[in-house]
Design a protein around this ligand. Structure first.
Ligand SMILES: C[S@@+](CC[C@H](N)C(=O)[O-])C[C@H]1O[C@@H](n2cnc3c(N)ncnc32)[C@H](O)[C@@H]1O
Length: 298
């Protein structure tokens, strides 16, 4: 049952479309590209290329899993974030493209990228945020914390594979509780889905992302209430906290920050125009010039 690239692509797109998968043709191209190790351009310019039986079977098995709503990133065990490839494990969230907003927010507030910054990433998962930042800040060092030992191990492995093992250190812990010292930037993408909404999540998320990475308690803000308590102690003067938030959580998270002695510096929108990141600083630090894309009155 050998086939050509063109016929396999058409079949794959039709199967994914029938199964109700979003953007079926693009997803079919990604699946073929990953299994056959060919680019989209090659698929389009040489649709007559013959694919051997074994690879045809591999494509079909991959499609079976995609039709059952397993994300392609989980099937492949890897995800690209900030142009870097991250291994996933059952203990890690599959990094989302909108999380790159937080990386941009940090880089905008530290325009001198040669500075020897100290970074802390709370709830590090695959380590994607911290390692993306280290890829842009050659003299920075970073610490990533996760309550999940499996996630911390995956993050450490990603650091090794990406060449940052000497500047990235991962620990198992409950937010910043066991951390001492101070940092120039503290970053967090904590779980923020309100528990009543967990049952309505798409299968791709509910079945494959760990609950520990999603569940934000009754109102989605429990993790923020916990982790904010240590921020004043851990932020250096003039340092910033960057937190990813869910749709419509900006004001509630800002209120938690203020109640813990922080000042809101601004908010950042993602590419869909959703306010995705809150930026705060220690109240005692001198006011900074805002460099956010959008500011609300504080
Ligand atoms: C939304 S995921 C973010 C993962 C990664 N930073 C990213 O952006 O893809 C939240 C992470 O917080 C971790 N987490 C949950 N509760 C925690 C706690 N009490 N202390 C530290 N990490 C925790 C989860 O294991 C998960 O890795």
């Amino acid at each position: 049952m050998a086939g050509t690239v063109g016929s396999l692509l058409d079949d794959a797109a039709a199967r994914l479309s029938q199964a109700g998968v979003d953007e079926p043709r693009r997803m079919a191209r990604r699946a073929l590209g990953a299994v056959l190790e060919i680019s989209a351009a090659e698929m389009l310019s040489h649709p007559e290329q013959v694919i051997e039986d074994l690879q045809v079977s591999q494509v079909r098995l991959t499609l079976d899993r995609m039709v059952a709503r397993e994300p392609l990133s989980r099937i492949l065990g890897r995800r690209e974030f900030w142009g870097l490839e991250f291994a996933l494990s059952p203990d890690t969230l599959d990094p989302r493209p909108e999380t790159e907003t937080i990386v941009e927010a940090v880089l905008r507030r530290f325009p001198d990228q040669q500075k020897p910054l100290r970074l802390l990433d709370l709830g590090t998962g695959t380590g994607c945020i911290l390692l993306a930042l280290l890829s842009e800040l050659p003299n920075a060092v970073g610490f990533g914390v996760d309550l999940s030992g499996g996630a911390a191990t995956t993050a450490q492995r990603n650091a090794g594979r990406l060449g940052f093992a000497d500047r990235a250190h991962f620990l198992v812990g409950d937010w910043g509780a066991a951390i001492s010292g101070q940092f120039d930037a503290i970053i967090a993408n904590p779980p923020y889905v309100p528990d009543p909404l967990l049952t309505g999540l798409p299968r791709e998320v509910a079945l494959y992302d760990p609950r520990l990475a999603l569940s934000g308690g009754k109102d989605g803000l429990e993790a923020y209430r916990s982790l904010t308590r240590d921020l004043g102690r851990l932020l250096r003067p003039k340092a910033f906290f960057f937190g990813e938030i869910g749709l419509g959580q900006d004001r509630a998270v800002a209120a938690i920050m203020r109640a813990n002695g922080l000042v809101i510096d601004g908010y950042e929108d993602d590419l869909a125009g959703i306010t995705r990141c809150v930026v705060a600083r220690a109240a005692t630090s001198a006011p900074q010039k805002s460099v956010g894309m959008r500011r609300f009155p504080v």
